[in-house]
Write a protein that binds this ligand. Structure first.
Ligand code: ZN
Length: 606
């Protein structure tokens, strides 16, 4: 039986959607409704129900039905009609819930509505009638009544019903609740562009781009990225795994984020990162945007279809633990930039620079010694997603170290097979398994990645994978990269001077320590996060003066630092760091031997 939803932006000024959900033949004794506690792809309990207001229920004749909350995100209706009188009803009843949703979260994860646009994920606005998870859904998306929004239109991966024009307000459908909440909706006056990949239409909606966006360039670059991924997974047909795809992009003055869906993605980016008319070379910001789009698009194979067994099905009421986020986010982070260099949107030197930055942010921090990638994945909900001042000392990123593991695995497989096999074969193997299993697909088990690599490539990577992901070993990239024509040299650290001299990160404007690294000079001297450095060797340190003062002190000597801890002025003697933190410079070997040149070409082209 179909679940009927209707959503209308009722009050743009008050950021409010009005939503109804109607079901026929409800559980007459105690029909329950619930809202997800999290949204797949973003591994943190967000309690979207906190934005739901004024929930009312009515039966098929319009009579009020008492409704109560029984936990933080579940509502229960009182017995309806005949059931209330303990008699069998003559004919099936219906039940309609009506409520408001406050929508003021300018991120890709929830819902936002104001006088400029509206955006929502179904997981923030559509209550699930419990027991109807597999039922088809029909969604009526109503236009705002506000005359100022008369020219708004829609973008979504939901399929329009007969009688609704794609991109217009009207009725849409989804196969089930899972598909419903996997297709966010944007409404407003966005710029629309379109390109095809092997005949599959791709729509791009850009909200807030400003007047000088270069839509042609954006469409042609995105088309290359998408085609590169489709080619990797499906070298013969080169077909993406859906009939249509939608990029929803919100450009703001400052912001960054993306969330993957099976046939669409929601992106948040800086307006300045988008290409403008007349822009010649690509900017670093634009390459970052393309990397983000590439990342989310890759996910439509890897995590939206190929999934950890632990995510089948998602339990939307609580944390879903897996030790494999390093595979699903780490590999995706590896392939996002790799696809750009393979299709020429990133020069090889630029690609090596992004690798350098990833290496630095992993290898400079002590967290990688205290937490394995498997632990980081498992605890994403309470650690990676809830960072604090001690995070660099305690947590390793399954994105960044996961990407380095993917790189090391890729290079190791290529080395062992003289370039005949690679991580691409592993991805294709996983993809074939998903396609062959169809409805029986059970997902990737927690301990089977090494077996998958062996089956796909013949390489026994078990011991490396165990060391890099179950233990806390670093992959030895400075040994691997030179075999692929990449020189690894010690490089200047891009960090500010106080990072090397004091071993901490300081907000230079007011001198406050944000992170004190374990074992660093500041931490050894007794300083900690939150302390506000006000003077170094008798001279004032605030107002961006700290690095200039440190530059006058030879490394390896004592400096006297005055700092406020809460309201108390304290004195510390800090032995300044003599060794700058390790950093790397990766560059292309200009004269590789022929076999090395071949290996390199197989990996990053050229
Ligand atoms: Zn991701």
């Amino acid at each position: 039986m179909t679940t009927h939803y209707a959503i209308r932006p009722v009050d743009l000024g008050r950021n409010t959607f009005h939503v109804t959900v109607r079901i026929d033949d409800p559980d007459l004794h105690e029909q329950r409704f619930l809202l997800p506690a999290w949204i797949p792809g973003s591994y943190m309990i967000r309690d979207f129900a906190r934005s739901v207001l004024r929930v009312h229920a009515r039966d098929g004749r319009g009579r009020p039905v008492p409704i109560e909350k029984i936990d933080k995100h579940t509502w229960r209706c009182a017995p309806i009609g005949a059931a209330a009188r303990r008699r069998v009803p003559a004919k099936p009843a219906s039940l309609t819930l009506a409520y408001e949703v406050y929508a003021h979260d300018l991120s890709v994860r929830a819902a936002h509505l104001d006088t400029t646009h509206g955006f929502f994920n179904g997981s923030s606005v559509f209550l699930l009638p419990v027991g109807r998870e597999r039922d088809p859904c029909e969604i009526e998306i109503l236009a705002p009544e506000d005359p100022a929004a008369r020219d708004w239109h829609l973008a979504t991966a939901l399929e329009p019903c007969a009688g609704t024009a794609r991109g217009g307000f009207g009725r849409y459908r989804a196969k089930d609740y899972d598909e419903l909440i996997d297709a966010p909706v944007e409404m407003g006056r966005f710029v629309s562009l379109r390109f095809d990949v092997q005949g599959v239409p791709h729509d791009v909606a850009v909200t807030g781009a400003g007047p000088h966006l270069d839509p042609k360039r954006l469409a042609s670059d995105l088309a290359q990225v998408c085609a590169a991924h489709a080619r990797m997974f499906e070298p013969r047909s080169r077909m993406p795994p859906f009939a249509r795809y939608t990029f929803l992009t919100l450009a703001v003055d400052d912001g960054y984020g993306g969330l993957e869906h099976r046939a669409s993605t929601a992106l948040l980016c800086r307006r300045d990162d988008l290409p403008h008319v007349g822009m010649q070379a690509s900017t670093e910001g634009y390459r970052r945007f393309l990397g983000l789009a590439s990342h989310e698009y890759f996910h439509s194979w890897h995590v939206k279809r190929i999934r950890p067994a632990a995510f089948i099905p998602y339990d939307l009421t609580r944390e879903n633990h897996t030790t494999l986020l390093w595979v699903f986010e780490g590999f995706t982070s590896y392939y996002d930039d790799l696809a750009l260099v393979r299709c020429g949107l990133l020069r090889r030197e630029q690609y090596l620079d992004t690798l350098t930055r990833t290496m630095a942010s992993v290898l400079q921090h002590g967290g990688r010694r205290k937490q394995s990638l498997a632990e980081s994945s498992f605890d994403a909900w309470i650690k990676y997603y809830k960072p604090d001042e001690n995070t660099p000392n305690a947590v390793v990123s399954y994105y960044q170290k996961g990407a380095l593991v993917a790189l090391a695995l890729d290079l190791s497989i290529r080395r062992e097979t003289a370039g005949r096999r690679s991580l691409d074969d592993v991805m294709r193997h996983l993809w074939r398994r998903y396609k062959q299993a169809g409805a029986d697909y059970a997902g990737v088990a927690e301990d089977e990645i090494a077996d998958v690599v062996l089956e796909a490539t013949g390489v026994d990577a078990g011991p490396w994978i165990a060391a890099w992901t179950r233990e806390t070993d670093d992959p030895d990239l400075s040994a691997l990269l030179p075999k692929f024509g990449v020189r690894v040299d010690a490089g200047p650290t891009p960090d500010p001077l106080h990072f090397a001299r004091l071993g901490c990160r300081v907000d230079l404007a007011d001198g406050r320590i944000r992170v004190a690294f374990d074992g660093g000079p500041a931490q050894r001297a007794g300083l900690s996060a939150g302390d506000q450095i006000v003077a170094v060797d008798g001279l004032r340190a605030g107002h961006n003066r700290l690095d200039a003062l440190l530059a006058r002190i030879p490394p390896g000597t004592n400096a006297e630092i005055l700092a406020f801890r809460r309201d108390e002025l304290l004195r510390f003697t800090v032995r300044t760091g003599a060794q700058p933190p390790v950093s790397w410079k990766l560059s292309l070997d200009p004269r590789p031997t022929l076999p090395v040149r071949r290996l390199r070409r197989g990996w990053i082209g050229g």
